[in-house]
Design a protein around this ligand. Structure first.
Ligand SMILES: CC(C)(COP(=O)(O)OP(=O)(O)OC[C@H]1O[C@@H](n2cnc3c(N)ncnc32)[C@H](O)[C@@H]1OP(=O)(O)O)[C@@H](O)C(=O)NCCC(=O)NCCS
Length: 377
């Protein structure tokens, strides 16, 4: 590929220049860049920067790829970098990578640069562009979706981590003839980032919630009602919290923390699992810390989540289940407007290798319209 100037929305992709060195070194020393761009020398020195500009960039072009500086079109200052690697050149494919310096993040630079580079690559005969992100790299997954890439799946053991353990990467791809514009999402962001009725607030689970998540998942009846009914390891809990945003963006599950609205104290969790988009049916599940039970919080949470799901997503039917002995959970569902529909024998994996029956409830949008919210505790 040839180094040419590429215009984007608020960005210019151009060849690197010797006077980009300071910004390049600052960008490659940034912890966020280092966390997600594996294989950078540590520490990244000016000598490394000079080597990169003089040798790595020309080598990338020589191998059929491309490396561009992302520059501010007004000042020409370096904002980041974007490149294409051609791992399987005979298949007209390339892999796209990018970084933006901390001084230029969260103002659409990466999205504009990726869109512009895609247009250029497709114009040069590339048929398929791939983009790989770490599970925890929410920003990069948002860039991928905003630039019209479709999430295709998970590449296991795709890259060596800092400790030598191989890490999974999420694979996104965009084809030359994919429709323009951002990739539609099954689960949009919450309006203003949260849902609240003034008493409880629901907000997305994040990597900062691990201690709370561990406390909740050490409660015996929370373990017993989990599927499967086994206490997760600490590593598994870290993984769940740090991959929650990726699942939300993928549209398969939304994990939320139920907080006390007045104080922000974490009290429980509620999840929405969009397992059946083809029939527009999703499932919810929730758990409360024992100290916060008896206040109607999960009922409010289920109601808030249901209202959001019916108003903001394609979901037409919500289901939830409880083991027959879990009367508290069944009361929560009834108070939240769910109707009992079925008794499913041996539906769920139970403790000690046995199976558990499942009482199934469902809520459809009309139930809420006819009955209205019942926040009467
Ligand atoms: C990923 C990265 C390139 C994003 O650059 P950027 O210029 O800030 O991205 P944009 O401004 O185009 O933001 C794109 C989206 O991500 C969101 N976003 C950006 N940073 C975010 C963050 N830290 N957390 C959550 N969302 C974030 C933006 O709000 C925007 O969302 P929207 O499209 O839903 O509105 C930058 O954070 C970076 O350089 N990270 C380190 C290197 C890296 O991860 N490279 C990619 C490897 S796959």
């Amino acid at each position: 590929m040839e180094a040419v100037d590429i215009r984007g929305d608020g960005v210019r992709l151009r060849g690197y220049r010797a006077d980009d060195l300071d910004d390049l070194v600052a960008g490659y020393r940034d912890p966020q860049t280092r966390r997600f761009l594996r294989g950078l020398p540590s520490p990244f020195t000016r000598r490394h920067g000079t080597w990169y500009l003089k040798e790595a960039v020309p080598a990338a072009f020589a191998q059929g790829g491309a490396v561009y500086a992302i520059a501010d079109p007004a000042t020409d200052r370096l904002l980041g970098g974007a490149g294409l690697e051609r791992p399987v050149s005979t298949r007209q494919q390339a892999e796209l990578g990018y970084w933006v310096g901390p001084w230029a993040r969260r103002r659409g630079v990466a999205t504009a640069a990726v869109r512009a580079l895609c247009g250029h690559a497709f114009g040069a005969g590339i048929a398929r562009l791939e983009l790989l992100t770490h599970w925890e790299n929410e920003a990069s997954q948002r860039v991928a979706l905003a630039a019209g890439f479709l999430r295709e799946g998970v590449r296991r053991g795709a890259v060596a981590g800092p400790d030598g353990v191989r890490e999974e990467l999420i694979a996104f791809a965009r084809l030359a003839d994919d429709p323009p514009g951002p990739t539609p999402r099954l689960l949009p962001d919450l309006p203003g980032g949260e849902l609240t009725d003034g008493v409880v607030t629901l907000r997305p689970l994040t990597a900062d919630d691990v201690d709370f998540y561990a406390e909740l998942h050490a409660v015996p009846d929370v373990i017993a009602t989990s599927v499967p009914p086994v206490a997760p390891t600490y590593d598994e809990m870290v993984r769940r919290c740090s991959s929650a945003a990726a699942h939300w963006l993928a549209g398969d599950r939304a994990d939320l923390v139920i907080t006390e609205a007045a104080t922000g104290t974490r009290t429980g969790s509620i999840g929405l699992f969009y397992q059946e988009p083809t029939t527009a049916q999703a499932m919810i599940g929730y758990s409360m810390l024992p100290a916060w039970r008896g206040r109607g919080f999960p009922t409010r949470a289920a109601q808030l989540l249901s209202l959001w799901a019916f108003a903001e997503t394609s979901i037409a039917r919500l289901i939830a289940g409880a083991v027959p002995s879990n009367i508290g959970s069944q009361r929560v569902l009834e108070k939240a407007g769910f109707k009992r529909e079925a008794y499913l024998r041996s539906r769920l994996p139970g403790p000690h290798g046995r199976r558990s029956d499942d009482v199934q409830y469902a809520l459809v949008a009309e139930d809420l319209l006819t009955e209205g919210p019942r926040f009467d505790g």
